[in-house]
Each structure stands twice: as structure tokens, then as C-alpha cells.
Design a protein. Structure first.
Length: 334
């Protein structure tokens, strides 16, 4: 992506950036680490040579589909998602063999999103989410500590959590990237240069989660970053509440699509649509902005939330919903 192309990407999101720029500025004030928003938002797109998206996301997997009463994003990012499309069409139209976009036109946006989620497909109704981007609950005792003395265990994958870990690492924390032997980070299949940028300077640890090693790795952390369902971690012997109560000053970061109590799955593009973080075409219909914008937006919000918690002694469970983080950038209607 040349400089003029990067300028076009920045111009497309400029009206939405003030809240994020404010969060980044406060992170810098707390840590001394500047946040390069153009790089955070668009490095992946630049490295991949993406062009500005329209009704199809920059990565090509997520589609904005017109429905009977609005728009829905359906993200076919995994092979299993493509396999499930005929079943989704059958649920929407009662027939098979019809293109998904035609079946969607006869259903409501909520019906498309709900039925897709039932089949395990990340999907969202346009501009259906609001609420605070970060919810903080104090579950542990406070103890102010130097960030440089802290150990971050990053259990997350893809983009949002690793970006949070990168920013905390730049602030001096020791970061350990933890992956399962059975399920490595899917971002490894993407741009190697982008993966290196996210994880540079971090230690790497690959574990057999089923053998109880995950709980041992988490036990030595001061900060945990994860993007899993709470019940999945509990089955592996990892409990956020117990982690925070065990030692003063700890922080737990939970990144999900819609909140810790909501099992709907999400990726950056469909989460951005759920929050209404979209542009408009010449007809006034929604188009994608940027590249999976809810991911980097959430990563910056998460790093800021950790820095703010640490400044007051930690002890917090920080819950971030990517869809709500995206929604927080959308200006309120006049």
C-alpha cells in the first residue's frame, strides 16, 4: 500500500477517530508509549496489498447482505463456515441451492444474524450494539507496581489481544505468548511480517492445555489477556476470579465479540458492523471501513484499560466487547 493509498484509508475513517485518538493519547500519558494509529489500524492491509473495501471486507471473507429490513454482515472466514452456508439458506428460505444473498433479502437482518450464529457462523445485524467498550469489575486487592516488573501472559489470538500485549510490552512488561499444541494462533497463516510486528520481543510458549499446563502458566502472570469463553477456561482449571483474588495488583483482560455472558462469536469485520462502524456508499447504504477495524480498535482500548487499572493498583477484571468498542467510535446522530 503506497502512501497515497494509506491516505485514502485514513480519510475513510477520519470522522470516527477522535474517541480512539483520545484513548491512545491517555495511554501514552500513562505509559510514555506513543500509539501510531495509522500503523495499528492499517499495517495488515498495507502488507497484504488490500484495497479499500465495499460490500465485501478487505480480507474477502465477510459480506454485507441486504435484508428485508436492513443489513447483516456474514463472515465466512473458516472452511466450516462455507460448509454451513446451505444449511443457513435452508433456515432462511426453506429451500436449498439458492444464493445466500437472495435468501437474505426475504428475511430480517436479525433472522439472518441469529440463524447464522446458530450454525456457528460469525454474523451481526448492522448497528445493533451499544454500551460501554470496557466494563471493569474489581475482584482483587490493589497494589501499584512498575509496569516493567510485570509479566503478561497472552492467551489470545489473531489481532485485538496481541495488539494489547504489544503495547504493554512496549511499556516495559514481559510478554509471553501462549498457544495450544492443538490450536495455534490462526494469525500464523496470514502475513508473517504482520505476525512478527504484533509479537516482536515476546517469549513464546506452546502447551498441551489438556495436561493442566495452562493453569500453571497463568499462575505466574500479573496480567492475563484472553479471548475465550469463560466456561472453556474454567474447564481447563483457569478462573479469572481466583487469579485476581490470589495476589494484589493483578489484571485480567477478557476480549469477546459481545461480552463475557454472550456466546456469540465474532471477528473484526462483523463486530465492526454490529457496532455500526461502517461507511456509506453513494446510495447511503453501508460499506466496510478499513480492515477488520473492531480488532485494532479493541486492542488499543484494552491496552489503555490495563494501563489505567495498573495506575490505581489493578485488581480488575476488564471485559471488552469488540462490537461495543466499535460502536463507541460512531458519532451520535444529531
Amino acid at each position: 500500500m503506497e502512501n497515497d493509498a494509506l491516505d485514502s484509508w485514513m480519510e475513510s475513517v477520519e470522522p470516527y477517530l477522535p474517541p480512539l485518538a483520545s484513548v491512545a493519547k491517555e495511554f501514552t500519558a500513562l505509559t510514555g508509549v506513543p500509539v501510531d494509529l495509522p500503523t495499528a489500524l492499517f499495517l495488515r492491509a498495507r502488507l497484504a496489498g488490500h484495497t479499500l473495501p465495499g460490500r465485501t471486507s478487505a480480507g474477502g471473507f465477510c459480506q454485507l447482505l441486504e435484508t428485508a429490513d436492513g443489513w447483516t454482515a456474514v463472515n465466512l472466514a473458516r472452511p466450516d463456515d462455507l460448509t454451513a452456508v446451505p444449511a443457513l439458506v435452508a433456515l432462511l428460505s426453506g429451500t436449498q441451492g439458492e444464493p445466500l444473498h437472495e435468501a437474505a433479502r426475504r428475511a430480517t437482518a436479525a433472522q439472518v444474524a441469529t440463524n447464522a450464529q446458530l450454525l456457528g457462523i460469525a454474523a451481526s445485524e448492522h448497528a445493533s450494539v451499544s454500551g460501554p467498550p470496557v466494563r471493569a469489575v474489581r475482584l482483587g486487592e490493589r497494589c501499584v507496581r512498575d509496569t516493567a516488573a510485570l509479566r503478561v501472559v497472552d492467551l489470545s489470538a489473531l489481532w485485538a489481544g496481541p495488539l494489547c500485549a504489544r503495547l504493554l510490552g512496549l511499556a516495559g512488561a514481559q510478554v509471553v505468548k501462549v498457544e495450544s499444541t492443538d490450536r495455534p494462533d490462526g494469525a500464523r497463516a496470514g502475513s508473517p511480517a504482520f505476525y512478527r510486528w504484533l509479537h516482536e520481543g515476546h517469549d513464546s510458549l506452546v502447551l498441551d492445555f489438556s495436561a493442566g499446563a495452562l493453569a500453571e502458566a497463568v499462575a505466574g502472570a500479573d496480567i492475563v489477556i484472553e479471548a475465550s469463553r469463560a466456561r472453556a477456561l474454567r474447564r481447563l482449571g483457569v478462573h479469572a476470579e481466583e487469579f485476581l483474588a490470589a495476589r494484589p495488583g493483578r489484571v485480567w483482560v477478557s476480549i469477546t465479540g459481545y461480552g463475557r455472558d454472550d456466546d456469540r462469536i465474532a471477528f473484526g469485520d462483523d463486530a465492526a458492523v454490529a457496532g455500526g462502524l461502517t461507511g456509506l456508499d453513494a446510495q447511503g447504504d453501508p460499506v466496510f471501513l478499513g480492515d477488520a477495524l473492531a480488532d485494532p480498535v479493541t486492542g488499543v482500548y484494552a491496552a489503555h484499560a490495563v494501563a489505567r487499572s495498573l495506575a490505581t493498583g489493578g485488581g480488575d477484571l476488564l471485559s471488552l466487547a469488540m462490537s461495543a468498542c466499535a460502536a463507541s467510535l460512531v458519532p451520535s446522530p444529531c
